[in-house]
Design a protein around this ligand. Structure first.
Ligand code: FAD
Length: 395
């Protein structure tokens, strides 16, 4: 390939461009992104950037010296694989190899679109709009007790806002964790002074209030919607590139799409996990770091590079550092290490005695050791595993 074009200038797009150069690619690399800002990292948006503790989160990458051509503020509108051309707002762009890295976009709350005072939290612009909202210490309603909702509620409490979190399910993180594991997290909300309302849905949003489906009115100077994200792939309609049930690009084990010379990576794509025997759609930062290295290796190298990661992510919420590694859906056993009411604990998931996933709250050493044990497919001792004073690697 002589000309690689990467669409989407978020973590996955930037890392693909950088990895191509690191792996010795000498052809041209063009990175096209819809947002006008210098490419930036998202995790700080719900943490330091939101609280004004950091000005921004631009990636520390010198695109010029890497000879990566940046085309910002330019939206891709379609792909014509037969012509090897990408259509953009500024005209067609030819490619030899195209990498799709358009990430995800937040799911909107029906009926809340365009309503003043209703916010999403995905982009730098979103975070900058929310900063003064926190500074003014409005009453805030957060819709959704997922990762973003929990982190936003944490920041809003820290800023001194009154916070109500409205969650349709019976617990926080219902899509990600089983009930026993999410149960201790309910107290995190209460102890931080956030009012968590489970089994609750937003009926409508009025001036200054959110009305729930049980008729209660919750004062709301601002509403933040964090009910999930979906792959940003609508622009691929009609391209012939196969999409999955969540609208994600269906990549293969080398992160190739269904059409020749087009790859997909990061939040916009799913891939078949050999390790877990199912297709994974991962919306976390580490996947947008690791996947691009495989894409670059497949573009540059002679031998096939297969993507089969042990997924990892972290969240900072209510003064706790929460980390998860692996994938637990096919596990047959769950083992606690430490008291879930306490400040630090870990949950391990096993399948046929082997460690497959682990959630660590305030126990980064368990996480680090667990990650290696999962990668190695280590068999654990069920007698020793529950003892939190014993290093995980000795269990
Ligand atoms: P994105 O970051 O979404 O980047 C895609 C880019 O493509 C965007 O800039 C978009 O504008 C652009 N684009 C989309 N469509 C087009 C188009 N048609 N043409 C041109 N450009 C286009 N993960 C963790 O593991 N831990 C965390 O603590 C954590 N915190 C987070 C906090 C927030 C507020 C958010 C929003 C996410 C967080 N994540 C976290 C998730 C992590 O940031 C994402 O997994 C990661 O950003 C995915 O990178 P990506 O490049 O695939 O997608």
């Amino acid at each position: 390939a002589r000309r690689v074009v990467v669409v989407g200038a978020g973590m996955a797009g930037v890392q693909t461009a950088v990895a191509l150069r690191e792996q010795g690619f000498t052809g041209s690399v063009t990175l096209i992104g819809a947002e006008p800002h210098q490419p930036y990292d998202r995790p700080p948006l719900s943490k330091a950037v939101l609280l004004g503790k950091a000005e921004g989160s631009a990636f520390d990458v010198d695109f010029e010296s890497l000879d990566i051509e940046l085309q910002l503020g330019c939206e891709a509108l379609g792909v014509r694989p037969g012509d090897h051309e990408l259509d953009t707002a500024e005209g067609p762009v030819p490619y030899d190899v195209l990498v799709l890295a358009t990430g995800a976009e937040p799911i909107r709350l029906p009926g809340a679109e365009g309503v003043p005072g209703v916010h999403l939290l995905r982009t730098l612009d979103d975070a900058e709009r929310l900063r003064p909202v926190l500074a003014q210490q409005h009453d805030i309603v957060v819709v959704g007790a997922g990762w973003i909702g929990a982190e936003f509620a944490t920041a809003a409490r820290e800023a001194g806002c009154a916070v109500t979190v409205v969650e349709a399910a019976d617990r926080p993180l219902a899509g990600a964790l089983p009930p026993e594991v999410a149960a201790p997290m309910v107290a995190w909300y209460a102890n931080s002074g956030a009012d968590l309302r489970t089994h609750a849905r937003v009926e409508r949003i009025e001036a200054g209030a959110v009305v729930l489906d049980d008729g209660s009115r919750v004062p709301a100077g601002a509403v933040v919607v964090g009910i999930g994200a979906r792959p940003a792939t609508e622009w691929l309609a009609g391209s012939g590139i196969a999409l999955g049930v969540h609208g994600e690009v269906l990549a293969d084990e080398r992160l190739r799409t269904s059409v020749p010379d087009v790859y997909a990576v990061g939040d916009c794509a799913s891939f078949p996990s050999g390790r877990y025997g199912e297709r994974l759609l991962v919306h976390h930062w580490d996947n947008a770091l690791q996947g691009p290295r495989t894409v670059a290796a497949n573009i540059v190298g002679e031998t096939a590079a297969v993507y089969d990661p042990v997924p990892y992510f972290w969240s900072e919420q209510f003064g706790r550092f929460v980390q998860y590694v692996g994938h637990h859906t096919s596990a047959d056993t769950m083992v606690w290490r430490g008291d879930p009411e306490g400040a630090a604990w870990t949950v391990c998931w096993l399948r046929s005695g082997r460690l497959t996933a682990l959630l660590a709250v305030g126990r980064p050493r368990d996480l680090a050791q667990g990650r290696r044990l999962i990668e190695a497919g280590a068999i654990m001792d069920p007698e020793l595993l529950p003892d939190p004073s014993r290093p995980l690697k000795e269990a």
